[in-house]
Design a protein around this ligand. Structure first.
Ligand SMILES: [Zn+2]
Length: 257
């Protein structure tokens, strides 16, 4: 019902849109309707670092209508091997303030909302208002658990990505249908900080997150729901493992079928 109402409201593309997005519109399962759905979408990118930089770039280029980018940190020299939205001139600047004009330069037809805030249980409901999809580009389990709980409560899909060294993992969480992040990581774990990471590892996982996002928003293809994809770049191996709901999960209750 809600989907139908949304479809009715899909606005036609402009001539410039048809040219800008022509190569992706050519993809049969996507087409003009897929493009119109992207323009109608509001995606929140949580974290504008190694994962969030390429995620925000590819979402902006793909024509997501509204992008909210959230990060409370400032750019540091040690970020520059992987956080490709930021350069030497941006050191000391808030990451979202550094990111917003570059995203706007890539695509001036979309809205960019920079939010230099910490993601907390208190700030999250306001950040999620009107959002259709959240991309988890964070770097710590504590904040991921907060983000997961907010998304589960609000019924908003969440695409999780994580990296370490040359390894990465990705899964798509649909509240009420799939296991949630807390089913997989029930509590905070001791995290070694700083952890090793190259630039190409988050670039790879970020690309997969955007691939999932486009399919989810446009409504085609198979999603990484109820399973997790692991990539080990050092051994050049990819594996997919099924995920189980934790029936004792305090966040999603392990229910939902
Ligand atoms: Zn759960």
């Amino acid at each position: 019902m809600v989907e139908k109402e949304k479809d009715v409201l899909l606005l036609p593309l402009t001539e410039a849109d048809r040219i800008r997005y022509s190569r992706q519109i050519l993809f049969p399962a996507f087409g003009e309707e897929g493009q119109r759905k992207l323009r109608q979408a509001h995606v929140l990118v949580a974290g504008v670092g190694g994962l969030g930089s390429p995620v925000a770039i590819y979402l902006a280029c793909a024509g997501i209508g509204r992008l909210t980018v959230v990060d409370s940190d400032a750019v540091e020299l040690s970020n520059l091997n992987r956080q490709i939205l930021h350069g030497e001139d941006d050191i000391g600047e808030k990451k979202v303030i550094s990111a917003a004009p570059k995203l706007k330069r890539l695509n001036s037809t979309i809205e960019i909302h920079p939010r230099a805030e910490r993601i907390t249980a208190e700030s999250l409901p306001g950040l999620l208002h009107g959002v259709n999809l959240v991309i988890d580009c964070l770097d710590n389990v504590e904040t991921r658990l907060i983000l997961n709980e907010g998304c589960v409560k609000a019924g908003i899909p969440l695409i999780h990505g994580g990296v370490y060294g040359m390894m990465g993992a990705i899964t798509t969480i649909i509240p009420g249908q799939t296991p949630c992040f807390a089913c997989i990581f029930p509590r905070e774990v001791e995290e070694k900080r700083p952890f090793p990471v190259f630039g190409f590892t988050p670039a790879l996982i970020a690309s997969l997150q955007v691939m999932e996002a486009i399919k989810l928003l446009a409504g085609f293809g198979e999603l990484l729901t109820g399973k997790i994809l692991y990539i080990n770049g050092e051994m050049m191996e990819c594996t997919t493992a099924p995920l189980q709901k934790n029936t004792a999960c305090k966040i999603c209750g392990g229910g939902g079928g």
